[in-house]
Design a protein around this ligand. Structure first.
Ligand code: ZN
Length: 218
């Protein structure tokens, strides 16, 4: 497996928890993983340092008149049941399989799978393993970090059409050796239609980011 760019051993700096994990069973402290925490001054005010999230606060505090303001942080941890369909999809990822399903009525092949067809509203029961290769339909370079983001910028996000499917699959793409800080290098190296191949993490936990990224093959 390729080590990714610029010293990051992995695209992610947080590891999303599977639905079955619970705090207190060795699960890491999520707050330390998904974004910077504020620094508080002696009077309790938030200190704007050099991290991008704090810099983002500056823009919203420029006002014509003076109003008393209080900086505060909303922290909203949550957990949701993924349901039967996505449970099967995530468990497939743990086994290095990308599972989709096919509508019995219109024949559309979906990935991630759907419990019912979004085109003809028919319940879907027929599963299939889909190709781990496809092509880029569209892409963007993310370079601004926001609070709670599971992947540290810069990174390339793309809508990928996996071979044999009828929809787009949102994931990360990467080309070994590409410096994602250099916008010109990236725009010259990434384009619609390029072939991509899934690159898996060594340790998987039943999560979308068990696929580290899709490597650009062209
Ligand atoms: Zn259908």
């Amino acid at each position: 497996m390729h080590q990714s760019h610029r010293g990051h051993g992995s695209y992610t700096h947080g590891r999303g928890r599977a639905a079955g994990d619970r705090p207190g069973r060795g699960a890491p402290d999520r707050r330390r993983e998904i974004g910077p925490e504020p620094c508080h001054g002696r009077n309790g005010s938030v200190q704007r340092g050099n991290d991008p999230w704090q810099r983002g606060l500056k823009g919203v505090q420029k006002m014509e008149k003076h109003f008393k303001t209080i900086d505060s942080i909303v922290w909203l941890p949550h957990r949701y049941a993924v349901g039967q369909t996505f449970y099967k999809f995530y468990e497939g990822l743990r086994e290095k399989k990308i599972l989709g399903n096919v509508c019995p009525e219109c024949g559309k092949r979906w990935v991630p799978p759907r419990s019912f067809c979004p085109v003809c509203n028919t319940d879907i029961k027929d599963w299939m393993e889909v190709s781990q290769q496809g092509h880029i339909e569209s892409w963007t370079r993310a370079r601004r970090e926001f609070y709670g983001q599971p992947v540290r910028p810069p990174f390339l996000a793309a809508l990928i059409q996996l071979d044999g499917t009828d929809c787009r699959f949102l994931h990360l793409v990467h080309k070994p050796g590409l410096d994602l800080e250099m916008e010109k290098d990236v725009s010259g190296a990434v384009s619609k239609g390029q072939r991509v191949q899934a690159v898996w993490k060594e340790e998987r936990q039943g999560h979308l980011l068990d696929i580290n990224y899709f490597e650009i093959l062209d």
